[in-house]
Design a protein around this ligand. Structure first.
Ligand code: ZN
Length: 291
C-alpha cells in the first residue's frame, strides 16, 4: 500500500518538474513532495550533498569526500543510502566510498564511463547525456571536461551538481583540460537555465568574490554578494546553492565579454585578444596566483 502512495507522489512531482514554468509556478494545484537536498560539510572545505527523492524512500549522495558525516546524517534522517554520484576522480570527492560500501554493500556507484579506471568502485558507467534513476530521483549526467578530462555534472530537476567545474563566483583549476574545453563546459552549465540551482564541491566563494571584485571592480552585485557571503561564513552557513542567474551576474569566468573585465586584463595581464577563450585563460591564470 505504501508503495502505491509513493508512486502517486512521484508521478505528481514528475509532472510538476516537466510542466511548463506557468504550471510549475502554481504548485498548489498539485500534491507535490519535492526532492530534498542536505549539504554536508566534509574535510576542510568540501561539500557532499545528500539527495532525497520524493517520498524519501531512497537517498543518493554526491561526492562523498568521507563517509562518517554522510552516515551520521543518514542515521538522523532514517533513510537508507542507495547510490553515490561521482563528479570526478579526485580523492577529496570519492574518499568516503569504501567506508560507505562497508555500511551499504549493495550501494550503486554511478559515474562517467571514462572515469572507470580512476574510480575503481564504479558499478554504473554513464555516457554523456545519459539518464539515471535512483528510486524517485531521476536526472541526467553531462560530460564537462576542464577541471579533469572526465569531469561530469548531474542534473536533477532544477538542480545541478557541478563538482569542481564551477564554484560560487569561480571555476575549477584546469588540471587536465584546456581553457577551450572549460569555456564550453561552463556554457553547457549555463544552458540549463537561469533558475537552475548550483551545488558545487568546495566553499571557495568568499575568496572568489574578492578576486571578482578586483577584476570586475564596478560590479555592484559582486560587492553585495561578497558582503552577504562574508556574513554567511561567519555563521558557517554554506554559500551553496547558488544559481546560474547569480553566477552570470557575479562570476568573472562567465563574464568574459564584459568590457570592464577585458580592460582589467589588458592592463594587468597583457591580454591581446578579446576572444572569450583567451579572456577565460587570462582570468584563470590570474586567479591561480590570487590569495
Ligand atoms: Zn577536483
Amino acid at each position: 500500500m505504501k508503495k502505491i502512495e509513493v508512486f502517486i507522489e512521484w508521478c505528481l512531482y514528475c509532472v510538476t518538474i516537466k510542466a511548463s514554468e506557468e504550471i510549475a509556478s502554481t504548485p498548489h494545484h498539485f500534491k507535490v513532495i519535492a526532492m530534498e537536498i542536505i549539504t554536508i560539510p566534509c574535510l576542510y572545505d568540501n561539500y557532499s550533498y545528500l539527495v532525497f527523492g520524493a517520498g524519501r524512500v531512497d537517498a543518493a549522495v554526491v561526492d562523498p569526500s568521507e563517509a562518517w558525516p554522510v552516515m551520521r546524517e543518514l542515521e538522523r534522517q532514517q533513510v537508507p543510502l542507495a547510490a553515490v554520484l561521482c563528479t570526478h576522480h579526485h580523492h577529496d570527492h570519492i574518499g568516503g566510498i569504501d567506508d560507505l560500501l562497508d555500511a551499504y554493500p549493495r550501494l550503486r556507484i554511478i559515474g562517467f564511463k571514462e572515469d572507470g579506471g580512476r574510480i575503481p568502485q564504479l558499478t554504473e558507467f554513464l555516457d554523456d547525456g545519459d539518464s539515471f534513476e535512483v528510486g524517485a530521483i531521476s536526472g541526467k549526467m553531462f560530460h564537462t571536461p576542464g577541471h579533469t578530462s572526465a569531469s561530469v555534472v548531474f542534473h536533477i530537476g532544477n538542480k545541478l551538481f557541478v563538482g569542481d567545474t564551477l564554484f560560487g563566483a569561480g571555476c575549477g583549476r584546469l588540471f587536465e583540460g584546456t581553457a577551450e574545453q572549460m569555456v564550453a563546459s561552463l556554457a553547457r552549465i549555463v544552458s540549463c537555465g537561469r533558475g537552475t540551482e548550483l551545488y558545487f564541491g568546495h566553499e571557495y566563494t568568499a575568496l572568489n568574490l574578492r578576486f571578482a571584485a578586483e577584476v570586475d571592480a564596478t560590479n555592484g552585485t559582486v560587492r553585495q554578494r561578497a558582503m552577504m557571503v562574508e556574513e554567511m561564513r561567519v555563521g558557517d552557513t554554506p554559500s551553496a546553492p547558488s544559481s546560474i542567474e547569480l553566477e552570470l551576474e557575479t562570476n568573472p569566468f562567465l563574464r568574459a565579454t564584459e568590457p570592464a573585465i577585458i580592460a582589467y586584463l589588458e592592463k594587468h595581464a597583457g591580454l591581446k585578444s578579446h576572444d572569450p577563450v583567451a579572456v577565460f585563460a587570462a582570468l584563470r591564470e590570474l586567479r591561480n596566483h590570487f590569495e
